[in-house]
Ligand binder design. Sequence first.
Ligand SMILES: Nc1ncnc2c1ncn2[C@@H]1O[C@H](COP(=O)(O)OP(=O)(O)O)[C@@H](O)[C@H]1O
Ligand SMILES: [Mg+2]
Length: 229
Amino acid sequence: MEDILNIRNVSKIYQNAGHQLTVLDNISFSIQTGSTVSITGPSGSGKTTLLGLCAGLDRSSSGSVELNQVALDHLTEDQRAAVRNRYVGFIFQNFQLLPTLTALENVMVPLELRGEKNIKSHALELLDKVGLADRSGHYPIQLSGGEQQRVSLARAFSNKPAILFADEPTGNLDAETSDKVIKLMFDLNREAGTTLVIVTHDLDLAAKTNRMIKLKGGVIISDLELSHA
Ligand SMILES: Nc1ncnc2c1ncn2[C@@H]1O[C@H](COP(=O)(O)OP(=O)(O)O)[C@@H](O)[C@H]1O
Ligand SMILES: [Mg+2]
């Protein structure tokens, strides 16, 4: 299997009031197409920053990020958005649904951006998949945290992403909803071959992946293959 993601010597440095903060320090790793990977580590260790760089949401200070053989480093914001729309699904810890759009409309946005036809019926299908067909007309504020997270999952699935990045996807969910969300992600991996990269504090969730990467202070301190024999 080839690699869907190639990170080489990536650093991220923020300039804050005259002094430098190195958030990621010369990180390198690759992720195999179709695999499932968890990223763990204490708060502030750089997990969200790393995920954002891998997904092309943000740019590194140095080093290279290659997603599906596309080097993201010298692309414009618009070009990176196009790559994201084509290959990437992203689940944010705080959902990041658009508050003025209904559940259905939130799921329709990426479909519209792709110029798909029949987007409404496709979006409904996706909402149905996450068990929310009956809430399609509801606005985010009218939905519970778990329901919002499932809408955001439906939105992330909408472009059949080659790779799904999830930033603490179950961090705000009760145990039952959390199990549902986890199942949906792993189903997507099995059924569509979607690579999963999941930042989590939940060691049970991490243990379900093929590989656990642990970050601390902006560097990788361990990288373990897990066998599920
Ligand atoms: N835009 C920013 N400007 C300055 N510092 C930032 C910015 N974003 C994140 N940081 C800092 O980078 C470090 C890592 O943050 P983050 O990637 O969110 O960690 P984690 O997700 O592991 O909790 C933190 O110390 C945070 O304060
Ligand atoms: Mg974070």
